[in-house]
Design a protein around this ligand. Structure first.
Ligand code: SAM
Length: 256
């Protein structure tokens, strides 16, 4: 095997996904690429990187390099903001969970608003998206362990079906949800704007420029008055440049 050019690999990953890695991750990256390279049929490791990262056969690498940790009702304050946002809506609300991992965020959104929407005759649609096919498939599969759901089971059990060895959300919840693969580094083709975006704990892996481009595009995807929620360790610097104004904990409203 020829030498791995770690800077080339980092640049390639950054170009495609916006992800940036400090030097501390060099060994981890080198070892991961080595592992995938063996058995790939390539004899030049940098060509393998071109092939696997640039030509889209890259799910193994994405899976290895991204962190998918998530929880039901993670950073709960955003679900309170969401309910307030819902009170301002008349007929329908569209919500996007961008970087939704295995779906906990998406189902938490749905069970928070379902009853309020029904009582007030409001239609809702939730899109969950992630770059990682494996986690999107798990989200679609809608199967969680008792450990996953134990904190919400008591309050929301009317929406949760107990199967033989797992738990899933009922059809009245899932019928309002779609999942898609979307790479947030690049644009997305929505034919409508949305009322609320959850994009939490995703931009932490992005370099500064990719992050700024992300906020710009997120803002363009929001309806006027729409809201963007980001994760506890994320910040939008000078949000006004994107037409956003901070109104709560890691929460921004589209003002222009
Ligand atoms: C730590 S999880 C956060 C899940 C959830 N939003 C939460 O806060 O609990 C981060 C997710 O971002 C996704 N991700 C990372 N880079 C991405 C990109 N360029 N485009 C889309 N999703 C990305 C990862 O695959 C991962 O599932």
């Amino acid at each position: 095997m020829n030498n791995i050019d770690i800077n080339y690999i980092k640049q390639t990953i950054n170009k495609k996904y916006g992800l940036s890695f400090s030097e501390e991750k060099d060994d981890f990256l080198r070892n991961s690429i080595k592992k995938f390279f063996h058995g790939s049929g390539f004899n030049d490791v940098n060509k393998y990187v071109d092939y696997s990262i640039l030509l889209n056969d890259d799910q193994k690498i994405i899976d290895k390099l991204t962190t998918n940790f998530t929880l039901f009702y993670r950073e709960e304050h955003h679900f309170i903001y969401l309910i307030n946002a819902l009170k301002r809506v008349k007929e329908k609300i569209k919500i996007w969970s961008a970087g939704c991992s295995t779906g906990e965020e998406v189902y938490s959104i749905a069970i928070s608003i379902h009853d309020l929407c029904r009582v007030n005759n409001i239609k809702y649609k939730i899109l969950g998206s992630d770059i990682n096919c494996r986690v999107v498939n798990l989200a679609k599969k809608n199967q969680y362990t008792y450990d996953d759901i134990k904190n919400i089971y008591k309050k929301y059990n009317k929406f949760i079906i107990k199967n033989q060895d797992n738990f899933s959300f009922s059809e009245e919840i899932t019928k309002n949800i779609d999942f898609k693969i979307i790479n947030l580094k690049y644009g997305w083709n929505f034919n409508h704007k949305v009322d609320v975006i959850f994009c939490r704990n995703v931009s932490i892996y992005f370099d500064v420029i990719s992050r700024e481009e992300l906020w710009q595009r997120m803002s363009q995807t929001l309806l006027l008055g729409g809201e963007l929620y980001i994760g506890h360790s994320e910040r939008i610097h000078n949000p006004e440049q994107y037409g956003l104004k901070m109104f709560g904990i890691n929460a921004y409203r589209k003002i222009t």
